[in-house]
Design a protein around this ligand. Structure first.
Ligand code: FCX
Length: 435
């Protein structure tokens, strides 16, 4: 651990000095204008955050430290006998800003393996919830129960020097990430498999072990988990889960508190819960049409019905993207390789042919193309993971990699409490009248 920490510290010191210089020279430069509409409409397009781990381009999609998803698939180390990137490698890339070697990834995997033991009171806290509780609620309760282990909070209470915040955030992050697969798998087995829990396999990689503890030992499912955990990890800083984690962390709430807050945002249907909503929507369509192989005409009619009932078509649209999400494409490629004849997966592809022109024809939707959530559920169903209420938990495990790597950077760069200005409509009216 000290090795990777020392390397990080050296990089963070250089970055800190560079930012200081940048601000000294260009700190008063204007980088944009803000309109009244933007203030009322979810702050779209306002640049107001620094997130080092990834950057989203509206046309091209996400780049992690400059690397696109197809590049990651080529450049990140894979498991033995595997071809999908190991998410530990992406974590290293986001944290250190450089591509890892096989050795670096093995080192991260070993750190996570050594820290993966979840204390019993976490399971007790989850078990205290009714079985009907949504898996995302169980998950956040599990994370909150684990907060007893925060060294950031302990060290803060002991008078930690602010120069050491990053170090405590680093320790908490590695422990938290190490334990999330066990918490997620525990929830899955408790809720859907009669509490027949499966012990971790200490030899497996982080995502492979998650698949194993959930009860899926198929080689290609493990590969799917590696891909899934990689592509869901980060989507720059303004999305609800990343922004919330960053915001709450800015109050010096420890990584457990900050991450749990972010995951409550991920649990919303316009964000991460959309992955469950997509499959629910497809299952309901199949039931209403009485077929598991609907034609594009039938799908088009069902889409119209969804829109007429004042609902969104889940998995389509995006606040920033204006093209097909490369995370959707990566999953489509996985489907073509591993399950080209699966009916549900083929339905997802037919929906992809059908929905964009319909949404486009409405004229008001800025992005008619599919996002990451439009595809993920169908791949999971193929392997028998049909319990769609659980899907957002998988998203959450992955998202920890990005938002927590960012949180370490936030503390290392000494970012202050976040506190933007808000206005009332009365104050806006007075401002307009006075112009
Ligand atoms: N179906 C129907 N209507 C849609 C739509 C969709 N898929 N996407 C956008 N719209 C509507 C909006 O509801 C809005 O309507 P209104 O003016 O009557 O209020 C109008 O089109 C303009 O919205 P737009 O500017 O294009 O989109 P936003 O930036 O406001 O919202 C989200 C972006 C993602 C929230 C929106 O496209 C949506 O609700 N999509 C479906 C839910 C979804 O898939 N979410 C997952 C997103 C993401 F990948 C993730 O975070 O996981």
């Amino acid at each position: 651990m000290d090795l990777i920490k020392d390397r990080f510290k050296a990089k963070a010191d250089i970055a800190s000095a560079e930012i200081k210089e940048l601000l000294k020279e260009y700190g008063t430069r204007k980088i944009g204008e803000v309109t009244l509409s933007q203030v009322y409409q979810g702050m779209r397009g306002i640049t107001g955050l620094v997130t080092e781990t990834s950057l989203l381009d509206a046309q091209e999609g996400i780049r992690f430290r400059g690397h696109t998803i197809p590049e990651l698939k080529e450049k990140l180390p894979t498991a033995q006998n595997g071809s999908e990137p190991l998410p530990e490698g992406l974590f290293y890339l986001m944290l250190m800003g450089e591509l890892p070697t096989d050795e670096d990834v093995a080192h991260v995997t070993a750190i996570l393996q050594r820290r993966s033991h979840v204390p019993n009171h976490v399971f007790d806290a989850i078990d205290a919830l009714p079985i009907t509780t949504h898996p995302m609620t169980m998950y956040v309760v599990g994370v909150m129960a684990l907060q007893t282990e925060s060294s950031f909070t302990k060290r803060y209470a002991e008078g930690m020097n602010k120069k050491d915040y990053w170090d405590a955030a680093f320790d908490d992050t590695l422990i938290l990430i190490a334990r999330l697969p066990r918490i997620a798998a525990y929830i899955y087995r408790r809720k859907y498999k009669n509490s027949e829990h499966i012990h971790p396999n200490g030899m497996l990689d982080w995502a492979g072990n998650l698949a194993h503890m959930m009860g899926f030992d198929d080689h290609s499912f493990r590969e799917l988990m590696r891909l899934y955990m990689t592509i869901h990890a980060d989507h720059e800083g303004g999305n609800v889960s990343a922004h919330t984690t960053h915001l709450v962390g800015s109050a010096l709430s420890d990584p457990y508190l900050a991450y749990a807050a972010g995951m409550n945002g991920l649990a919303g249907p316009l964000h991460g819960l959309a992955n469950q909503e997509v499959i629910k929507w497809i299952f309901e369509m199949q039931e209403e049409l009485g077929t598991d192989d609907p034609t594009t005409e039938q799908i088009a009619a069902y889409v119209q019905k969804t829109l007429t009932s004042g609902k969104v078509v889940p998995g389509y649209g995006h606040a920033v993207l204006r093209k097909t999400d490369p995370r959707f494409t990566a999953q489509m490629e996985f489907g073509k390789k591993h399950m080209p004849d699966d009916k549900l997966v083929n339905t997802v592809w037919k929906i992809y042919e059908t929905v964009p022109p319909i949404l486009q024809s409405l004229g008001k939707i800025k992005n008619p193309w599919p996002n990451v959530d439009a595809h993920s559920g169908a791949l999971l169903v193929h392997y028998g993971l049909v319990e769609y209420e659980f899907y957002t938990v998988l998203f959450a495990v992955s998202r920890a990699l990005g938002v927590l790597a960012s949180l370490i950077w936030d503390r290392a760069l000494g970012f202050p409490l976040e506190r933007p200005k808000s206005v009332t409509t009365d104050s806006v009216k007075m401002w307009i009248a006075g112009q």
